[in-house]
Design a protein around this ligand. Sequence first.
Ligand code: 13P
Length: 337
Amino acid sequence: MFDLSEIARDLVVPGKGILAADESNHSADEKRLAQYGIATGPEMRRQFRDMLLETPDIEKYLSGVILFSETLDQKDDEDGLFFPESLKARGIIPGIKVDEGLEPFPNSPDESITKGLVGLAERVAEFKSRHHPGFTKWRAAITIDGDRLPTTMALVENAKRLAVYAFEVQKAGMVPIVEPEVLLDGNHSRLRSREIITKMMHALVAALEDQAVDMSSVIIKTSMALTGKDAKNAGGKTDTPEEVAEDTLAALMESVPASIPGIVFLSGGQTPDEAIANLAAITKHAKEVHAPWPLTFSYARAFQEEAIIAWAGKQENVEIAREAFTKRIKQASEAIQ
Ligand code: 13P
């Protein structure tokens, strides 16, 4: 019997973190390829993942990679291995996104709820038996709008679904990453973001306990406490990394028990420089406040964007794209040390 808590600890091993490369087919096409004038479809998505995942030496910085289901069945150019096998061969743990995206929350349609509990047990069993991923991810998205949103109902329902998911995944022998992303969109203050992260984490931890989820084998993925994008763009004050670190850790220290083996951060629309500077400040402040959990990154956009622009969908650009990607994952690895 494999030890799930060992996989969880391996994911947050010092100096390494996670690459999120689990955009759904639609998001990969629209938000990663078409947005930069690159052709779309299964073969372009495969080349896009090959550009990132087959970068030499990424195992120095990455403990795991989150994949979308389509990528599990695609092969790399170099050795013709399925991507999960290719990652494993380099000591990187493959993971899989198992939620089925967002839909409007019927009780409060300006908010979202995450789909995917129907048939979840069968789906995770199938992923597990075909490609043996070590972990999975489920993302909820939390919208802030003044004092109006989020509603407690939306937080509680998303927390419940995250917990049911986590329980099913542990039963299937994989580590669940539970991700309630507090969105950067909006004109809220950093303090409001801190307040909502705290509230969401309280709801999440209570739901995980209610579901009897094993706390030693679940990883929490969170946003940083940040001023909303619209407030920032409207000329509001930019958060300093020290402010972000203080408010992010205050939220987590108040709500997340020490039994959680690790917390990972999403980049959430920050620039690569911001996401890395904020991570470095959080790491530093975590030592000062004696945060009990290892902390690391689990970024998609902050790692991918410059590489995609350099690549532009062309084979002859793969090398410079991989340089851009390596530069960022190396900086993130340095930021957490
Ligand atoms: P970003 O780093 O782009 O926020 O993505 C992380 C992620 O996995 C979102 O679900």
